[in-house]
Design a protein around this ligand. Structure first.
Ligand SMILES: [Zn+2]
Length: 66
């Protein structure tokens, strides 16, 4: 299994685990240490969403090949 992506908090540098699907859904994630809310910028959301949709296409293609 892949580890959850993470990034340092912009406020306190504590590592924050990121849930890509939650971010893409427009949710903000709070730092557990200082409660700073972080979220995707719109331009980044488009980039990540495009990548995830391609990954979904790959998974579907794999399923059909069985
Ligand atoms: Zn923080």
């Amino acid at each position: 299994m892949n580890a959850m992506p993470a990034m340092p908090c912009p406020n306190c540098s504590e590592t924050i685990a990121l849930d890509p699907k939650a971010l893409l859904a427009g949710k903000q994630i709070e730092c557990g240490s200082c409660n700073t809310a972080i979220g995707l910028q719109e331009s980044s959301a488009n980039l990540v969403g495009d990548t995830l949709s391609k990954m979904d296409s790959v998974r579907q293609a794999i399923g059909k090949a069985r």
